[in-house]
Design a protein around this ligand. Structure first.
Ligand code: P6P
Length: 346
């Protein structure tokens, strides 16, 4: 396949951002290392049953359980190892943190270090792997505090507004990397013939209005009152207070649901419910909600906990969980209004 001269690779895009002074060489190279690791994960995921990597890590009573208390899939473990290995020698990090690891990891002494902190969910949605539904890798990049070259967990506890880059790689019918370095949200599609991510959408934009919502409806009876009322009004359709009919989608793979919303609009929600309220929510702030919220805001959307802007949440723990509302700006604002009205009346 000939490469049309106007096709822009991820490498060229990042060099352009560096020449414009928006990123430095270390951040450019870090993103390239993460993208290369995602290509390796894409190959492993793509093998499916032929790769001997489906199913749970461990067997029987010895199924491996991660810090989240979730059974690890073999691909969770493999994806985590691919990202750790690629970034250990990369030379751009003062530390890294993963959904699959209890605490953050300093960079081994034998490797060079840098000034960035990398957080990732190596394979989000992995419960979908065995049924061949899209999964993905989510990552977030922060600056290490001045002078820190061996980070501790506390060094990672920065609000989402401090992210210098965020992205995800979705392993679906095609493998796509969606990235922001603070100058818009852009989509790159993996050209498997040349092994390169090629820019396919410069400047993704989320429509401000939508008729599509994404939520796990089976939790409805566990939701807080404002969420019950908000979704009840969505379901009431054009005869109800919202005056229009809504459609629903729920993949149960955040990367797939968020990619759809970045592509055609919608609102994604994983609200507080009585099952997860004690933990603060279901989804993790540092390596799910924050990177996705930056991507969404950079695409003209909004992201909230239902009661405050997601990117302004001051983290208190590496694996902190939060309620999540993100997507089409006007619809997220509507969901927040339901919570504000409820709280004001309380
Ligand atoms: P539920 C996947 O496990 C995940 O963390 C997100 O990717 C996804 O949006 C959510 O959980 C699905 O949760 O309760 O619907 O299975």
């Amino acid at each position: 396949m000939t490469i049309s001269p106007q096709s822009i690779s991820l490498t060229r895009y990042l060099i352009e951002e560096q020449r414009a002074g928006r990123i430095n060489a270390d951040l450019r190279l870090l993103i390239e290392v993460v993208a290369r690791a995602c290509k390796t994960i894409s190959i492993a995921v793509g093998k499916g049953a032929l790769g001997g990597v489906l199913g749970d890590a461990g067997t029987g009573d010895d199924v491996s359980i991660n810090v989240q208390g979730e059974a690890q899939k073999k691909l969770d473990v493999l994806s985590n190892e691919i990202l750790l290995e690629a970034n250990a020698w990369g030379g751009h990090l003062a530390g890294l943190a993963s959904e699959e690891m209890d605490t953050s990891q300093p960079i081994p002494d034998v490797y060079p270090r840098g000034n960035y902190l990398l957080l990732f969910d190596p394979l989000d949605g992995s419960s979908n792997i065995d049924v061949n539904i899209s999964v993905g890798t989510i990552f977030s990049v922060l600056r290490a505090p001045d002078g820190v070259t061996q980070a501790t967990d506390d060094d990672f506890l920065q609000p989402g507004t401090s992210q210098v880059a965020a992205g995800y790689c979705t392993y679906g019918p095609s493998t796509m990397l969606v990235l922001t370095v603070g100058n818009g949200t852009h989509a790159f599609t993996l050209d498997r013939e040349i092994g390169s991510f090629v820019l396919t959408t410069r400047g993704m934009r989320i429509p401000e209005e939508t008729k599509e919502f994404a939520v796990n409806m089976s939790n409805q009876r566990f939701w807080e009152a404002p969420m019950q009322r908000y979704v009840g009004d969505l379901l009431a359709g054009k005869e109800g207070p919202r005056g229009k009919d809504f459609n629903m989608r729920w993949v149960a793979s955040m990367v797939a649901d968020v990619h759809r919303i970045l592509t055609r609009g919608g609102i994604f929600s994983y609200p507080l419910d009585s099952k997860c309220a004690a933990k603060g929510g279901k989804l993790r702030l540092m390596y799910e909600a924050n990177p996705m919220s930056l991507l969404v805001e950079q695409a003209g959307g909004a992201a909230s906990t239902g009661r405050m802007r997601m990117l302004e949440v001051q983290p208190t723990g590496l694996h902190q969980r939060v309620p999540v509302f993100l997507g089409s700006k006007r619809e997220v604002e509507a969901a927040v209004r339901y919570h504000a009205e409820h709280d004001a009346a309380a």
